[in-house]
Design a protein around this ligand. Structure first.
Ligand SMILES: [Zn+2]
Length: 323
């Protein structure tokens, strides 16, 4: 993907391009903004643009050997660093390994990149070790820290980087892009743009899971029996993100039900493809019960985010749904 193809991040891209053209691009950049809005795509595209064999218009060509290697994560001058192991932290060993490579000349490109993903997970000693490098990175090097949680980045790290803000689109804007660029139907685009709350990466990930089919299978299959039968699929650790997706679908479902129970505008419903089922359910359940289901689902989602066993949380919720 080149800069031209990345949606909604014009301001961040413009800023990077202009800084580069003026010779003022900082060697230590901090990309921050919500999850799944394109921070990694912009980082990788910057690495491609600055190493592209074609080198046209400060963008990547995506077809030269250098661009292809970077896309394939096999370029010797572009390094990704992220959290590892059970502790889910970026270890000091990873930072030391980076420091060993950083003073070498680029192997085949013009600029070496070290992209530190989920930088808010830097262990304290790793962060301390990184400080000096951020202050004086060698020439021909760009370090990019990526985070969706600026508050958790150590202030000493924050103050040594140039900040680049990434924002998310409104669901309406994302819907139009999904229809035009990804040729999705109105109903699909409507659901994905709202469920993802305007985050394009999230919308595309759900689309790749199967979009409406996937979410309807969740809604229809959200029973205790199914959750027990699918224990392996839901179990866990690395599947936490998936369980959160399931929770988001159920939140959208109960929220829609509540909208209809309150007699609000049906155009606000996210699961527009299921309006008849939703109306039936909204009529069959009391508003109190729907509220309770929604509140419980939101609570479970928060628990899972804080590391509560997702299976337990889901089982509790499915049990409640069936009452
Ligand atoms: Zn290229």
């Amino acid at each position: 993907m080149s800069f031209r193809d990345i949606a909604f991040q014009d301001k961040a891209i413009e800023f990077l391009k202009r800084s580069q053209e003026a010779g003022k691009l900082s060697h230590s950049l901090l990309f921050f903004g919500p999850e799944a809005v394109g921070k990694r795509e912009v980082a990788i595209t910057l690495a491609k643009a600055l190493n592209c064999n074609e080198g046209k218009e400060a963008d990547s060509c995506d077809s030269c050997p250098s661009c292809k290697k970077i896309d394939g994560l096999s370029h010797p001058d572009v390094h990704w660093i992220g959290p590892e192991g059970a502790g889910n932290v970026i270890k000091i060993a990873s930072i030391r390994a980076m420091q060993k490579k950083i003073n070498l000349k680029p192997f085949e490109g013009q600029v070496k990149f070290f992209i530190i993903d989920r930088a808010h997970l830097l262990a304290e000693e790793a962060a301390n070790s990184l400080l000096k490098t951020l202050e004086e990175p060698p020439k021909e090097t760009v370090i990019i820290l990526i985070t969706n949680d600026l508050e958790k980045i150590f202030p000493t790290i924050r103050s040594r980087c140039q900040w680049v803000l990434f924002s998310q689109a409104s669901p309406g804007e994302l819907k139009e892009i999904l229809k035009k660029k990804y040729t999705l139907s109105e109903v699909d685009a409507h659901f994905l743009s709202h469920l993802s709350e305007g985050r394009i990466g999230k919308a595309i990930a759900i689309k790749e899971e199967g979009g409406l089919k996937w979410k309807n299978a969740i809604i229809d299959g959200f029973t205790m029996e199914n959750i027990i039968a699918n224990e392996d699929a839901l179990y866990f650790g690395n599947k936490r993100e998936k369980v959160l997706d399931i929770m988001d679908v159920m939140i959208s479902w109960y929220r829609d039900m509540l909208i209809l129970a309150n007699g609000a505008d049906a155009a606000l419903v996210i699961n527009a493809d299921r309006i008849d089922d939703l109306t039936k359910k909204a009529n069959a359940l009391s508003e109190y019960k729907i509220r309770e289901l929604l509140a419980e689902t939101l609570k479970m989602r928060a628990y899972i985010e804080q590391n509560v066993n997702p299976k337990l949380a889901l089982s509790n919720l499915a049990f409640m749904t069936e009452q």
